[in-house]
Design a protein around this ligand. Structure first.
Ligand SMILES: Nc1nc2c(c(=O)[nH]1)N[C@H]1C(S)=C(S)[C@@H](COP(=O)(O)O)O[C@H]1N2
Ligand SMILES: [Mo]
Length: 262
């Protein structure tokens, strides 16, 4: 089988399994692990390469959106549920009054937004399914500013190729000289996709801490670990191979794929 054909059939299996799981268990957060094909595909962290995915679905394909009746009563949370880092704790204690989301790096016009300023910008609301590699999925309603809009304000320079998200939460106990804060990166196509949001609301309410308050990324065509919570700053970069483990994200540095297309 050709590379393309092989990937296409793998993708077909995943899509079919997700659809089956989705229609069998419509409400709440579902355990995809009941579906053997999904376990095989997700647990081995195999998914489509960027070139194959883009070739199959194109850079503009939309992730499926759902109806209000599909929203889980309680959106599941995973990974960090409460950052222990002192700077985050101080922002939380102040109800994020002094919080600013900065957008810098390779941009013409660096930006810094308060939460009120972000809420005053154009917004998008979408009901989507979050798929975690650990074998569960959950449907929630997200509202936020399209990242494309923020990039339009900041104006990436020609050299910019990736958008880097730095998060507040350290994944390991603090140790001198070791930065273990969560981080992620996506390319500019994914960043400018209409469903890619800097989200501030989940199910019509301000994001709970366990789901990433005050802001988190939604990047709906990618697996759960790409959806960075607890955003501290956004930076446009040309490359990320000299940053941290060099693979473009906290889990990527532990071996997960950088391109996690569903
Ligand atoms: N900052 C940060 N972002 C993160 C994580 C994390 O631990 N820290 N976990 C990731 C993983 S593996 C998943 S599945 C989702 C979980 O989002 P949720 O807690 O809203 O369900 O967040 C992703 N983003
Ligand atoms: Mo995840």
């Amino acid at each position: 089988m050709t590379e393309n054909g092989h990937a296409a059939s793998r993708r077909g299996v995943l899509r079919g399994a997700l659809a089956a799981a989705g229609s069998a268990l419509l409400t709440g957060c579902d355990r995809l692990s009941q579906t053997p094909a999904v376990v095989g595909v997700l647990s081995s962290v195999q998914h489509l390469s960027r070139a194959v995915h883009r070739g199959l679905v194109g850079p503009h394909a939309m992730a499926q959106e759902f109806g209000p009746e599909d929203i889980a009563p309680q959106f599941r949370s995973n990974g960090t549920l409460m950052p222990r880092d002192a700077d985050y704790q101080a922002h939380l204690a102040a109800a994020f009054a002094d919080y600013r989301l900065s957008i810098g790096g390779l941009v013409e016009r660096p930006q810094a937004f308060t939460l009120a300023e972000l809420r005053a910008l154009p917004s998008r609301t979408q009901i989507t399914r979050h798929d975690c590699v650990e074998g569960w999925s959950c449907i929630g309603k997200w509202t936020g500013v399209p990242l494309a809009h923020l990039l339009g304000m900041a104006r990436p320079l020609p050299a910019a190729r990736y958008v880097l998200f730095r998060c507040y939460d350290s994944m390991d106990a603090p140790a001198p000289g070791r930065d273990s804060r969560y981080y992620e990166s996506i390319d500019l196509d994914e960043a400018r996709h209409p469903q890619t949001l800097v989200a501030y609301d989940l199910n019509d309410r301000a994001l709970p801490v366990s789901n990433g308050a005050p802001l988190r990324l939604r990047v709906e065509r990618q697996l759960g670990y790409k959806h960075a919570k607890y955003l501290q700053s956004i930076e446009l970069v040309e490359r990320f191979d000299q940053l941290r483990g060099g693979k473009g994200g906290y889990w990527e540095d532990q071996g997960y794929e950088w391109y996690a297309g569903i």
